[in-house]
Design a protein around this ligand. Structure first.
Ligand SMILES: [Zn+2]
Length: 430
């Protein structure tokens, strides 16, 4: 019986496609210079193993190195000027009107390209996904996490943050609000307490990212719970989820290092350079503070990548940028002249993937995912599929992917304003 079925499938040739699954895991701001020292100390056993057994890259990013822009480039394969999710400085300089929302996006993202072929995607917390798109699959927009700011009895006001909305009711049941319970469970320190111990005379709330760090920690823990639920219960071809703690914590990480250990980083000098020795030393201290955050990432990767459900899946693990240490600060945007956009990380795992270092950029992800599924590429994309690392024979086909206007989301100005303020305060936009 089984053999007959198999024969029929083979005879039909194109009838039954090979079952390909792709999982994209995003970690904002993760970077090798702060991960490698922890690998060397044996603190990140899963990432260590991945880096040995997978294809990996210093993931090339682009200016403006703003998260909203870059994560949209990752999902579309296109530059900012094409996809229309703009850096706010650029928007202002060119007199372009807000709202700044998913409704402004001009190019389709991967989940919309797959939709054209009736393939399903599950997309969780991806940047600039509110209001959620309508497509074959589930989208938990990056607005859903704000449910933590609502009293449980008012949670239903967030129903428009999820597509399809019926999934909202299941998701709101996984929301956990107790911060102390959460940091114990995911094994993170309380960053504001760390800061106050070092700086008893300053108020941690003066820094926006540190002042809101407890909210950000709760949000990533919620994203984990949502991801666990949807990865387990939803059948899909493509899964994408996004965590942002590595970025958030690096924005206040220097405040968690004793001042005397930062001598030579903040000085009244005229140039931005710091000695190589100083860079190594301070980067090592940053890595130390980042350890619990990366260990959390290590556990998340181990959980999803070891799940028997995804045994034959292709995994693309990435960040949108790294950070640069220079005389005057530690950042990924507004960098002094001559310092390029700091690369992020990329790891690719899957059946037959050739291990070792590769060249890859943020624009290569969308074409690579299309390549894995055997779908046509789009010449308007700014990257190429990472063909060489896979053992797949694919004929190069091309098409033009367009946004389906009928399925386009509608801007909602109030939440746009709130999102804008949050993005500005985090430095994602100017
Ligand atoms: Zn970022």
């Amino acid at each position: 019986m089984l053999t007959l079925a198999a024969l029929l499938l083979t005879a039909c040739g194109a009838g039954k496609k090979e079952k390909i699954q792709v999982v994209v895991l995003g970690f904002d701001g993760a970077n090798w210079p702060t991960i490698d020292p922890l690998i060397a100390e044996g603190k990140l056993p899963f990432i260590q193993k991945l880096k040995q057994e997978c294809a990996w890259a210093d993931f090339q990013t682009d200016v403006p190195t703003k998260s909203a822009v870059v994560w949209t480039s990752i999902a579309t394969g296109k530059t900012m000027l094409k996809h229309g999710i703009l850096d706010f400085a650029f928007v202002q300089a060119n007199n372009i009107q807000v709202p700044y929302s998913n409704a402004e996006k001009r190019e389709p993202s991967l989940w919309q390209m797959l939709d054209r072929f009736n393939m399903r995607s599950v997309v969780i917390n991806w940047f600039v996904t509110y209001p959620p798109d309508s497509f074959n699959g589930v989208m938990v927009s990056d607005r859903f996490r704000q449910i933590l700011n609502k009293k449980p009895e008012a949670a239903n006001e967030m129903i428009d943050t999820v597509h399809p909305s019926m999934d909202f009711y299941r998701l709101k049941q996984v929301v956990r609000r107790d911060y102390r319970e959460i940091i114990e469970r995911i094994d993170l320190p309380d960053f504001p307490e760390m800061f106050q111990e070092l700086h008893p005379d300053s108020n941690f709330r003066k820094s926006f990212t540190l002042g809101n760090s407890r909210a950000f920690v709760k949000q990533d823990a919620l994203v984990e719970d949502v991801t666990d639920l949807l990865f387990k219960t939803k059948e899909a071809d493509l899964y994408m989820t996004y965590f942002r703690l590595p970025d958030v914590v690096q924005h206040f990480v220097l405040g968690l290092i004793p001042d005397e250990q930062l001598e030579g980083v903040f000085y009244e000098g005229r140039d931005w350079s710091i000695s190589e020795e100083k860079r190594r030393e301070v980067t090592g201290r940053i890595a130390k503070v980042m350890e619990p955050v990366y260990r959390y990432m290590d556990r998340l990767l181990a959980k999803y990548m070891s799940d028997p459900r995804f045994r034959d899946a292709y995994f693309l693990v990435m960040s949108d940028h790294g950070f640069s240490l220079y005389g005057g600060g530690y950042n990924h945007y507004n960098l002094p002249d001559g310092i390029g956009p700091p690369p992020g990380i990329l790891l690719v795992k899957g059946p037959g993937v050739r291990p070792g270092k590769i060249d890859a950029s943020i624009y290569d992800i969308a074409p690579t995912v299309l390549h894995l599924f055997g779908l046509p590429l789009d010449r308007a994309m700014d990257g190429k599929p990472l063909r060489d690392i896979f053992k797949l024979s694919r004929k190069a086909k091309y098409t033009t992917y367009r946004l389906d206007r009928e399925k386009k989301s509608i801007a909602r100005s109030e939440s746009d304003r709130e999102t804008l303020e949050e993005l500005k305060a985090l430095g994602y936009i100017n």
